[in-house]
Design a protein around this ligand. Structure first.
Ligand code: GAR
Length: 218
């Protein structure tokens, strides 16, 4: 991938509180990410992340998925609203919708997700509780390119946390969130600088193929 000229145009999709969105807003403002967020889109009208975007002077849109008859119809409208701003990068930041292949295929190498587990372990929901139930010693978070497979695209960067015997899903989620706020801006800065690419289904950093689990942040 070539370096994105000047400042990368970013669209962020959210469904909830938007703490990851906030970390990205902050990183754009400080120029750690050479980019600017053009638009924040939520599928839920009351997502607090929309308020965070407004506070930062970023344009917001809500596309309420409950108003659509099918996943295809929702994704088609989402695509239309995203393409209006011709983004270089599309960021899923706590966006809790499964996207169709028709949607995902528009953004090969430009679409990122953050998932609160050490993928390929625990795709899907309730990741922290499942890790605790399995008596895992480590939990964590993965930033990955999005492909049509749910939580299945190649990993770029992971951060790990220790799971203590006293942890419950809430305390583990809080620990992992601290790491999320570090690694998502980091990966976005790399993508904006043209250092990351997706080639034949594999993630590359500075022209070198990344291992399956991506970089480990340790
Ligand atoms: C984050 O923990 C993120 O990793 C997770 O939702 C949370 C959103 O928090 N994403 C997923 O579970 C995606 N499958 P935020 O709204 O405060 O950024």
């Amino acid at each position: 991938m070539h370096k994105i000229s000047q400042s990368a145009k970013i669209v962020v999709l959210i469904s909830g509180g938007g703490s990851n969105l906030q970390s990205i807003i902050d990183a754009c403002q400080s120029q750690f990410i050479k980019g600017h967020i053009q638009r924040v889109i939520s599928n839920r009208p009351h997502a607090f992340g929309l308020e965070r975007a407004r506070q930062a002077g970023i344009e917001t849109r809500c596309i309420d998925h409950t108003h659509f008859d099918s996943r295809q119809a929702f994704d088609a409208e989402l695509l239309r609203i995203i393409l209006e701003v011709r983004p270089d990068i599309v960021v899923l930041a706590g966006f809790m919708r499964i996207l169709t292949a028709e949607f995902v295929n528009n953004f090969e190498g430009k679409l990122l997700n953050i998932h609160p587990s050490l993928l390929p372990n625990y795709p899907g929901l309730n990741t922290h509780q499942r890790a605790i139930d399995d008596q895992q010693k480590e939990g964590g978070v993965t930033v990955h390119f999005v492909t049509a497979e749910l939580d299945g695209g190649p990993s770029i960067l992971q951060a790990r946390v220790t799971i203590e015997s006293t942890d419950d899903a809430k305390s583990l989620a809080a620990k992992v969130l601290v790491e999320e706020h570090k690694i998502y801006p980091q990966v976005l800065s790399w993508l904006a600088d043209g250092r990351l690419s997706l080639i034949d289904g594999d993630a590359y950093f500075d022209q070198r193929k990344l291992p399956t689990e991506g970089y480990r942040d340790d």
